[in-house]
Design a protein around this ligand. Structure first.
Ligand code: 8X3
Length: 257
């Protein structure tokens, strides 16, 4: 049986890598994102279908639900769309950045879950299990200076996942969270620093092997391909060089003499 999965934020980074990996492993994949040009590139040669949508807009999410309902049962939802805007202290943060972060990281995730739960229940009937995987962050679990609105949004998103797991208890639906630490992608830090490439590059400077999008995709697909009774629940994933959001080693990792 071919399983069907929806991946949000599929136009770049973790979402794109996850959509591609699922497709290469035989899943029927629908990628959702705002940028049409990137989504058509994702479709080329992969068999991935895409839907252009902004998950901060309820009308877009309603359209996504209609398009998905026409395809049939759904076996997985990967809530990956999100991001950080700004990294200033709370005292000087822009509330508009906070609002945008809450809107996409928290409300976008809530909207998608609400929209596709009936289809996931069809998938669970069909395959014995269905999955809701949400990509949060270590910033959803550990506060750090400058984390401000991103910490607040990701803590809220992690809380949403925890509540959902309680509310869906009794159904064959796994509620999973993956909380990545430092992942070097083209856009995460560039977006956070509003296009300042030098500041974005400095985040990863001399860090021995930060994670890359493919590492997170591997973990997501692994978790969702495990036998249906096994729930990885909360996956925290960091490069070895990162002990905490605020403790990152630069230079070589070496055993002590
Ligand atoms: C990104 C990880 O450490 O920058 O979600 O908060 S961190």
């Amino acid at each position: 049986m071919t399983k069907r999965v929806v991946v949000t934020g599929a136009s770049s980074g973790i979402g794109e890598a996850t959509a591609r990996l699922f497709a290469s492993r035989g899943w029927d994949v629908i990628g959702v994102a705002r940028r049409a040009d990137r989504l058509s590139a994702l479709e080329q040669g992969t068999g991935i279908r895409t839907i252009v949508a902004d998950l901060t807009q309820q009308a877009d999410v309603d359209r996504v639900r209609e398009e998905l309902a026409a395809l049939g049962p759904l076996h997985g939802l990967v809530n990956n769309a999100g991001g950080a805007f700004g990294m200033g202290p709370i005292e000087t943060s822009d509330p508009d950045d906070w609002r945008r972060m809450y809107d996409i990281n928290v409300l976008g995730t809530q909207r998608m879950i609400a929209a596709v739960l009936p289809l996931l229940r069809d998938g669970a009937r069909d395959a014995g299990v269905a999955d809701i995987m949400t990509v949060t962050s270590i910033a959803g679990h550990v506060a750090y200076e400058g984390g401000g609105g991103y910490n607040a949004a990701k803590f809220a998103e992690a809380a949403l996942v925890a509540v959902l797991r309680l509310e869906l208890a009794g159904e064959p639906i796994r509620v999973l969270e993956i909380a990545p630490g430092m992942v070097k992608t083209d856009e995460f830090s560039l977006t956070r620093f509003k296009g300042d490439q030098a500041r974005a590059d400095a985040v990863y400077e001399n860090v021995p092997e930060p994670l890359v999008a493919g590492d997170i995709a591997d973990a997501i697909v692994h978790a969702m391909e495990l036998p249906g009774h096994v729930n990885l629940d909360l996956i925290t994933i960091k490069p070895v060089a990162q002990a905490a959001p605020h403790k990152v080693i630069r230079g070589r990792l070496e055993p002590k003499a």
